[in-house]
Design a protein around this ligand. Structure first.
Ligand SMILES: Nc1ncnc2c1ncn2[C@@H]1O[C@H](COP(=O)(O)OP(=O)(O)OP(=O)(O)O)[C@@H](O)[C@H]1O
Length: 235
C-alpha cells in the first residue's frame, strides 16, 4: 500500500566509519529508498553488507555520513540528537532477533516501558494500552509472566507488542525470526505483518530467510553498499 506523503526518503545516503588504523570503511555507498505509510518492505543481503547500519539510519539511531534523508518530511540533517530521540520514541518501533526484553520485568511491564516516555493518554492509560496490545498478540493470559517463563515465540510476541504499543509510523525488524524455529518464526512473522497492517504503520524487515522476505510487498537486496530494487507486489 503506497499512500500519502512518504514517511522516510533516503537520497544517495552513504555511511562510513573511521577504523582504528585511520582507514575508512564505506558501509553504505549510495542508498536511495522511499518508505510510505503502510509499506511492507524486506531487505536481504549477505552478512556484513550493511543491513543493520541501514536500519539504524532509518530508525534515527544513526545518521548518514553524506546524502539526504527526510523523516516525516523533516530533514534529518537539521534534527539534533534530542529531536531525533524524541521522533524515534514516538514514531519508530524496533524488533530484534534476540527480543531484548527486560528479564526482571513482567510481559506487561516490558510493554508499558515505551509508554513511560509518552504524554497524555498514552502515559496515563499505559497499563490498559499495554494489556490490550498483549491481548492482541495472544498473550492476554500471560501479562504477569517474566520472559524466562515464556517460549522464544512468546517473547518475540511481547517484543512485537512493545514495538507497537505507541502506535509508531515505522516498525523496523532486524532478523525477527532468527532465533525461532521455522514454524514459530512463520507464525510470529504473519502476526507481525498483520498487526503492522492493522495499525497502518510501515514495516521494514531485514532477514536472511527468503520465506520471511516473501511476505513483504517490496523486496530489496543490499549489495556493494547500495539497494538493488526488487519487485513491488500489488497489495
Ligand atoms: N562502528 C563501526 N566500526 C567499524 N566497523 C563497523 C561499524 N559498524 C559496522 N561496521 C562494519 O560494517 C559492516 C556492516 O555492518 P552491519 O552490521 O550493518 O552489517 P549486516 O548486513 O547487518 O550484517 P549481519 O547480517 O551479519 O548482521 C560490517 O563489516 C561491520 O563489521
Amino acid at each position: 500500500m503506497t499512500v500519502g506523503e512518504p514517511l522516510a526518503v533516503l537520497t544517495k545516503v552513504t555511511r562510513s566509519v573511521v577504523l582504528p588504523d585511520h582507514g575508512t570503511l564505506q558501509i553504505l555507498t549510495g542508498v536511495d529508498l522511499t518508505v510510505y505509510p503502510g509499506d511492507h518492505l524486506s531487505i536481504v543481503g549477505r552478512s556484513g553488507s550493511g543491513k543493520s547500519t541501514l536500519l539504524n539510519i532509518l530508525g534515527l539511531l544513526d545518521v548518514p555520513t553524506t546524502g539526504l534523508m527526510t523523516f516525516a518530511g523533516e530533514p534529518v540533517e537539521r534534527m539534533g540528537e534530542k529531536r531525533r530521540a524524541q521522533a524515534r520514541g514516538s514514531a519508530v518501533g524496533f524488533i530484534f532477533q534476540q527480543f531484548n526484553l527486560l528479564a526482571e520485568r513482567t510481559a506487561l511491564e516490558n510493554v508499558m516501558t515505551p509508554l513511560l516516555y509518552a504524554r497524555g493518554r498514552q502515559f496515563w492509560q499505559r497499563e490498559r494500552l499495554a494489556a490490550a496490545m498483549l491481548d492482541r498478540v495472544g498473550l492476554g493470559s500471560r501479562l504477569h509472566d517474566r520472559p524466562s517463563k515464556l517460549s522464544g515465540g512468546e517473547q518475540q510476541r511481547v517484543a512485537i507488542a512493545r514495538a507497537l504499543v505507541r502506535s509508531p509510523q515505522l516498525i523496523l525488524a532486524d532478523e525477527p525470526t532468527g532465533a525461532l524455529d521455522i514454524a514459530t518464526g512463520a507464525y510470529v512473522m504473519d502476526l507481525l505483518a498483520e498487526v503492522a497492517a492493522e495499525s497502518g504503520a510501515a514495516l521494514v524487515t531485514i532477514t536472511h530467510d527468503p520465506k520471511v522476505a516473501a511476505l513483504a510487498q517490496e523486496h530489496f537486496l543490499l549489495q556493494d553498499g547500495q539497494l538493488e530494487p526488487g519487485l513491488r507486489v500489488a497489495a
